[in-house]
Ligand binder design. Structure first.
Ligand SMILES: Cc1cc2nc3c(=O)[nH]c(=O)nc-3n(C[C@H](O)[C@H](O)[C@H](O)COP(=O)(O)OP(=O)(O)OC[C@H]3O[C@@H](n4cnc5c(N)ncnc54)[C@H](O)[C@@H]3O)c2cc1C
Length: 455
């Protein structure tokens, strides 16, 4: 088999020319597109899947909205999004949690619908089912992107591009310096979420609260679960040990599930495939298949070993295997775990985060949490790639160490960073300045005016 083929140069039709182009419609991308709109700029959002929301559609709770002192650290557009969902009965209050600091359950279908409504209200042009595949560059500056779809290859020109792909696809293609995973180049493992209905939630809560000697829960006092409220349960290590002795293959050391929006609904976060590079389709494919098999076994385990699950059944499976980590930029500043533990403050802060360093070990099936004493600032420089102009990054691909990313990657901060990136892109498009040169004081003022929380 030949190693390479030659692709001849060709003319590519230009589909659109816009002021701000957001690539990726997950939590970061939605907020970026909304924040960039409203100044009369042409804003476009492109997404390769058939729905908006990215990982917000996976049955996961939004983490990170509260700080450790119980105050809201994520406000602005992300909070408005949650409040609109809540008004429809599609999001819960932020429940303080000793382990995860806070949880906000959301309805995946309601999230997709609201995302559409907001994009329409803001006049953002949305183009789905298109894959970003390359950049158009002049010198060091990104001037647009190449997309692929059933229509073939097309170009979209833009004054500023915001990379919200999670994997840093745009920054990578633009040649920005990037990092991947830990110091050995291994990333946190992916998971395919699924939900079970028919769970006797009262029985589960009572069993856990009444019998801490049987049901070991990590860190949280078992009494916490007596209240009929939203929660994540993490633990049941004993039950996993027993199940393994009985021949079950469970890929993780801890049982992890969380409430959904219905009283008998719990979402299970337990499949794990170590060593997967999700930027390689062959490995992603293998991971998805392994997760499907793991989930069958996990559902059998839950029914057999966890009180309240006896009559439960698998209801929904997340639309895709969720990716915790791949590439990230090495930006103008690299956020470190020490910044998080020191509650660092930065003059160019564009948001505040408080979620712990939550590391699903790249090797083995365990997880470590390390808490920030209060909250920390996210500097604007973490959104700005080195060496490339015309581009900002938001969400899971910002500039942070492997450990710092394990905190800042969750959806509350991702939304907040998205808002800041969108606002910064709008300023860059208005002024004609490269994103690295915009007036950050103005950016912070505009974010504050939109209700963002900055210290
Ligand atoms: C299993 C798992 C459990 C997690 N648990 C939680 C949790 O409980 N709570 C929490 O807050 N966070 C959790 N996280 C983390 C969180 O979901 C992500 O880090 C966060 O969603 C990142 O947001 P994002 O917008 O950067 O990326 P994403 O949510 O991944 O969105 C990226 C979007 O870009 C699109 N896209 C990607 N590449 C391209 C391309 N080339 N062209 C066009 N479109 C593209 C994707 O389709 C997607 O819609 C979890 C993550 C995983 C994987």
């Amino acid at each position: 088999m030949a190693q390479f083929v030659h692709e001849p140069a060709r003319e590519i039709p230009v589909r659109a020319s816009v002021d701000v182009l957001v690539v990726g419609g997950g939590p970061a991308g939605l907020m970026a597109a909304q924040a960039a709109s409203g100044k009369g700029l042409d804003v476009m959002l492109i997404e390769n899947r058939g729905s908006l929301g990215g990982n917000m559609t996976q049955g996961l709770p939004l983490l990170g909205f509260l700080g450790r002192k119980g105050n809201e650290v994520i406000k602005g557009l992300p909070l408005q999004f949650v409040e609109r969902l809540r008004a429809r009965g599609q999001a819960t209050h932020h429940r303080a949690c000793p382990l995860h600091v806070s949880l906000t359950m959301i309805d995946p279908e309601g999230t997709k619908r609201l995302a559409w409504e907001i994009m329409e209200e803001c006049g953002v042009k949305v183009l789905m089912y298109v894959m970003f595949v390359d950049v158009i560059k002049e010198g060091n500056a990104v001037k647009g992107v190449i997309i692929e779809s059933k229509k073939g290859r097309e170009a979209i020109l833009a004054k500023v591009v915001v990379d919200c792909t999670g994997d840093g696809d745009v920054a990578f293609r633009a040649g920005a310096p990037m990092a991947y995973g830990n110091e050995k180049g291994i990333a946190q493992p992916p998971t395919l979420m699924f939900s079970m209905r028919g769970v006797d939630s009262r029985k589960l809560r009572d069993a856990v609260a009444d019998h801490p000697e049987i049901y070991d829960i990590d860190f949280i006092p078992n009494e916490f679960f007596r209240a009929d409220d939203n929660c994540t349960m993490v633990g049941f290590r004993n039950q996993i040990r027993q199940a393994r002795e009985a021949g079950f293959h469970i890929p993780v050391e801890r049982t992890i599930f969380m409430t959904g929006m219905a009283p008998d609904e719990w979402w299970v976060n337990m499949s794990r495939v170590n060593g997967i590079d999700a930027t390689d389709p062959e490995q992603y494919t293998r991971g998805e298949e392994v997760c499907i098999r793991q989930n069958e076994e996990i559902a059998r385990y839950l029914k057999a070993y966890i009180p309240g699950f006896e009559n439960a059944y698998v209801d929904r499976v997340a639309p895709f295997m969720g990716i915790r980590e791949t590439r990230r930029i090495i930006g103008e500043y690299v956020l470190t775990e020490q910044d998080i533990f020191d509650c660092a403050r930065f003059d160019d802060a564009i948001g505040v985060a408080a979620y712990p360093v939550d590391l699903h070990h790249p090797v083995g099936g365990d997880c470590t949490l390390m808490w920030c004493p209060d909250c920390y600032d996210i500097p604007y420089r973490c959104l700005v790639p080195q060496q490339v102009d015309g581009l900002l990054c938001a969400g899971r691909c910002i500039s942070a160490t492997h450990l710092a990313l394990a905190s800042v990657r969750v959806m509350g901060p991702a939304m907040c960073i998205g808002e800041a990136a969108g606002k910064a892109a709008s300023i860059a498009a208005e002024t004609g300045l490269p994103p690295r040169a915009i007036d950050v004081a103005r950016l912070r003022d505009e974010l504050r005016a939109e209700g963002a929380f900055l210290r």
